[in-house]
Design a protein around this ligand. Sequence first.
Ligand code: AMP
Length: 396
Amino acid sequence: MNILVINCGSSSLKYQLINSESEEVLAKGLCERIGLEGSLITHQAAGKEKVKIETPMQNHTLAIKQVISALTDAEHGVIASLDEIGAVGHRVVHGGEKFSTSVIIDDEVMKAIEECNDLAPLHNPANLIGINSCREIMPNVPMVAVFDTAFHQTMPKKAYLYGLPYEYYEKYKVRRYGFHGTSHDYVSARAAELLGKKREDLKIIVCHLGNGASVSAVDHGKCIDTSMGLTPLEGLIMGTRSGDIDPAICDFICQKENITPAQMNNILNKKSGVYGMTGISSDFRDIENAAYAGDEKAIAALDAFHYKVAKYIGAYAAAMNGVDAIAFTAGVGENNKVGRSEIANYLGYLGTSMDEEKNNVRGEDRIISKDGSKVAMLCVPTNEELAIARQTLALL
Ligand code: AMP
């Protein structure tokens, strides 16, 4: 069966068509600037040249129509008609406390996702628009929602409660949820596979280090803690997000700079992280290049980033009373051997050390710690689209 995986943002839409038997990506692409001037679809069929087509897409329904027409195009397409799409898997950012697994989408599920909009106002409404558009165009195709938060729903109360008045949890569901769940689930399972063990027998720490970054503690197959919270702002220092800060800083800066809490929130999400710390870029490659060239802010930002990851690893080793494996994934985690090595330098006390030769790897599944290390370290490229396709298939 061919499964169309959709990741819908407010003005963009990423897609992949995956054959569920061979797990081959038949085609993938991106619609950008939906609803804006100059909207554009970039489409690539497996083994073929990437094509970019500028075409008006006033809304997401028109974007999905463009996706279908690219997939069925005589020249760039990979299927003859819509009938060859057996199911659609949708990435949904926030499932609140309602969803601890993926689900087949029906009207009730749509309502429940909508009820989580408050918790992810930038993401969930866009995800819903994408689902609605697909349902409009493919009314008879089964659809599945795969939530970023679901894998973390096994966290115990002691890990998800904030030290805030309890009524905020009761009234507004203010608690820690965690994100990147599909990636943490996929990577922890793959790490166990690479070690030739069952995930249920292992304590694994997954470091998803990309533009957004989070760490999770997967204890015998279940997530027991993760670094992101009510929103994806908590935890590590990220590309543009601050991660953990003293909450009193918000009011302090609002008063000093005469700005509103909403403006402060925007600064914490979009103007902080390594971007804010350096004034250079949110892209870790640019920060690294600047650090090599001797830029002191870039050196300090990278040091702070690695240090924070190492602190979370220490915290989660404590939370699980030990750790068997530490897996690095996402843009920085998969590709940056220097970053992995810097983090590993903090971890000798756990009984692990990096094998620099094995660590000389990019985007490839591999054990990168020395043979005989008490704790294994691994590089495991994440594949959220494949994970969504697998979960979609499993539910059907
Ligand atoms: P993601 O959000 O997972 O797509 O990751 C994006 C981040 O990964 C960006 O900050 C990139 O700079 C970073 N990244 C991608 N490739 C590399 C690389 N080869 N070395 C260092 N960072 C990389």
